[in-house]
Design a protein around this ligand. Sequence first.
Ligand code: FES
Length: 151
Amino acid sequence: MNYSDKVMEHFTNPQNVGEIENASGCGTVGNAVCGDIMRVYLDIDENNVIQDAKFKTFGCGAAIATSSMATVLVKGKTVQEALEVTNKAVMDALDGLPPVKVHCSLLAEEAIHAALWDYAEKNNLVIEGLEKPVTDIGEHDHHHDLVEDED
Ligand code: FES
């Protein structure tokens, strides 16, 4: 399979891997077909600007590369602007993905949306145009089931 240099770069050296303690918003989504799971944490300030974004992915290389790029792209954006970080925007920023890997980029978009949804719910906000991702699998309070293999 042919991956762009940028995909390889973000796969071999992913940005923003990790978690944020007491994140403003956290979202976990899963792809029922491949079983891959992605969790995104957002740190959002009082002006609704995303100060930090981190992710954990149990998934394929394309899932890792797209979550890396998605977190890079949402940092510094307002929650409203972050909605423009669609899977297409992420793929463009990565110079494309092979067609069979497009669904992996959807996971990144949905994980960001799930984290924004969580933030909006916690703060009684409405983020215009944001919908709760259908693949949201919740578990916001059980961080450790995803990271147990790490230590
Ligand atoms: Fe499942 Fe890529 S194969 S996210």
